[in-house]
Design a protein around this ligand. Sequence first.
Ligand SMILES: [Zn+2]
Length: 66
Amino acid sequence: MAKKKGKVKYAGLVCSSCGERSYVTTRNTQNSPTLIEINKYCPRERKHTLHKETKKNLGRNEAPKR
Ligand SMILES: [Zn+2]
């Protein structure tokens, strides 16, 4: 098997109302080319809000292989 790499990227999820980055997840840029938008719990506001993907991601961008 050929070695595959570079398709899974880290994606920080930022709260759209207060700007808190509450979550970090991964996204396969080939299978899902659009940015993530998802309703998640915001610990700062203590309620569910819309979270959007940001480019900022803890200083590295390639998710480790599992
Ligand atoms: Zn918030």
